[in-house]
Design a protein around this ligand. Structure first.
Ligand code: AMP
Ligand code: FE
Ligand code: FE
Ligand code: ZN
Length: 281
């Protein structure tokens, strides 16, 4: 079985609608796909309605949390989307993304970058707005040559001149909230140093203590030594290991299925979840 447990659609910062994402997943030969948009499950219904024969879909989302000021991304799977505490938190996160996008546009304009506010929200298309939409607007305005040129100190990288923080849960609290909604929590790309600082093993231990199930070891942003180190770390804390593409459509180069999760781990995720079941046609 080919199982990819992390990707994004236009419901957040992916470039393709959910129906197109599941079509590409089938083309990539996947048997299981989890749709994990940032702070939302809004793409799930469309993905489900468009599910190709033979593809199983899992509900999910990705939360950008903090631990001692260091970013920790947490994936939640197969939670109950209607459980009120977590549903309200996702709504708060999305609302704050909108405030923050306006604040970043303000800063960019103060810095002399002619970024078009309406264009940013048009690119977000009503979904959870994020820095990739701002980055694309900066490219269109001719300020930077490409999206990665926007993720620099000069512009919107963490701590950059036009960076603005957004509301974030503590990493341990996020794991607890996902678990309380019947879901399974996985630490996304825990070794992606190019995205900034990486938390210490003590944080992984604290997350494991409240029910973290796995580390996303096989991820395109992890080199081989990093994967080996994380595999050892997972073993030391009794955690499982997942693999996924973190596909964002054309934003990061189409790559569904570039990394995959073992069937036994997928089965452990399904058994541990009580909030929702995977769906197939
Ligand atoms: P936000 O959630 O709004 O803070 O934006 C973070 C998102 O930006 C991540 O989920 C990635 O999709 C994307 N991102 C982060 N760093 C880069 C980069 N260097 N190049 C392209 N996209 C990036
Ligand atoms: Fe993203
Ligand atoms: Fe992430
Ligand atoms: Zn992601």
């Amino acid at each position: 079985m080919r199982i990819d447990l992390h990707c994004h659609s236009t419901a957040s910062d992916g470039t393709e609608p959910p129906a197109e994402v599941v079509r590409r997943a089938a083309d990539a030969g996947l048997d299981v796909l989890a749709l994990t948009d940032h702070d939302t499950v809004a793409g799930y219904a469309e993905a489900h309605a468009a599910l190709p024969e033979g593809l199983t879909l899992a509900l999910g989302c990705e939360l950008s949390t903090l631990s001692g000021g260091i970013p920790v991304h947490v994936l939640g799977y197969l939670f109950d989307p209607d459980e009120p505490v977590f549903a309200n938190e996702r709504e708060t996160l999305r609302t704050d993304r909108t405030r923050r996008a306006h604040a970043i546009v303000d800063k960019l304009q103060e810095l002399g970058a002619p970024v078009d506010r309406d264009r940013v929200f048009e690119l977000a298309g009503g979904g959870a707005v994020g820095r990739p939409h701002l980055a694309r607007a900066l490219v269109e305005a001719g300020v930077v040559p490409d999206v990665s040129g926007a993720f620099t100190e000069e512009w919107i990288a963490d701590g950059g001149r036009a960076y603005v923080e957004k509301h974030a849960l503590d990493a341990v609290a996020a794991v607890e909230m996902i678990r309380a909604a019947g879901g399974v929590a996985v630490f996304a790309h825990p070794g992606a140093a190019k995205r900034g600082k990486v938390v210490g093993d003590d944080v992984i231990e604290a997350m494991a203590a409240v029910g973290l199930l796995a580390l996303e070891v096989d991820h395109p942003d992890h080199d081989e030594p990093t994967r080996a180190r994380l595999r050892d770390l997972a073993g030391a804390h009794g955690l499982l290991v997942t693999g996924s593409s973190d596909d964002h459509g054309s934003l990061t180069g189409h790559r569904l299925g570039a990394n995959t999760t073992d069937q036994g781990v997928w089965e452990a995720i399904v058994s541990a979840a009580t909030g929702s079941r995977p769906d197939a046609r």
